[in-house]
Design a protein around this ligand. Sequence first.
Ligand code: F7E
Length: 323
Amino acid sequence: MSDKKKTVLITGISGQDGYYIASQLVAAGECRVVGLVMNSELERSLVGEELWSQIDVVEGELSDSELFNRLLPEVKPDAIFHLAALSHVGQSIKDPMPTMQITGFAPIRLLEAVRTQSPQTRVLFPASAEIFGRTQISPQDESVPLNPCTPYGVAKTLVYSAARCWRLNYGMFVSNAILFNHESPRRGENFVTRKITLAAARIARGMQKELFLGNLDSRRDWGWAPDYAEGMRMIIEHDTPDDFVLATGISHSVREFCAAAFGYLDLDWEKYVRVDPAFVRPNEPVQPVGNPARARSVLGWSNKTSFEQMVEQMVRFDYERLG
Ligand code: F7E
């Protein structure tokens, strides 16, 4: 991966993780970065001119069954970060089939295209803490049995298992990053952290009066997305294909996130946050908290940004942007 001529294909480059991985690769200046987008016009503004001008862009839809058969001979990637997916867990519960198709089946077509056309290409899949679902074992490391409890978790379990299966049977370089929640100002506004930081900023600026959330007692292991992007790069650059948990090892509740975010703007969150049953999920992982010991010892990876620093950077971004 240090050879200047190498080409890295990133699907979902306008999403949070695709953006950070592309930015880090471009900054390192060691490879050509090609980003897959669905709609150049729309996604160009999401990515921003600075990064957009330093990458090549190809267009395509994951629902197109020939997408990867067409792209591989055209792009000739040495490595692929497959980050494009439908990634909202709550939405997957409301309407499971799109998530099964896009998050679950499209990566299998990618594996098959790589196997038949470009077997030397390295592939990284972002698996998810949702694959552990309702396990009673805590914290979760790579040895914990899978027990997904949402359609999104089932789709991710399919891809995680397929990666291991294709690796075993065909000797391909396919790795899984088992990602616990990771956040940043680039997080989508319908995920709870960004929903909270944006609302706190809007309330502080007098643009919003209340914030409606679901379960305030839910706990998550929240890390800083740029650190996880670095971890994914370390996994694909490792000597051998393998699976690694990327997590902080510490969990916080939604309630604690609210207190930290509103507190940063000197606001008492309890005055503004209300529960709306429409946002309460019927089913949640029991106690998602990851054990990143293996990534730490084998790769030398860790989440370097604390919970407090993460919340502060997200709130500051939203507050300043609104000003
Ligand atoms: O929910 C609770 C909600 O939607 C976090 C994705 O990146 O991480 C992410 O999935 C928690 C849950 O993320 C609201 O019930 C309360 O307990 O931000 P989220 P997620 O479902 O954990 C995993 C590892 C992934 O792989 C996914 O792709 O917050 N919660 N009130 C709420 N959640 C949302 N979205 N909105 C609320 O109003």
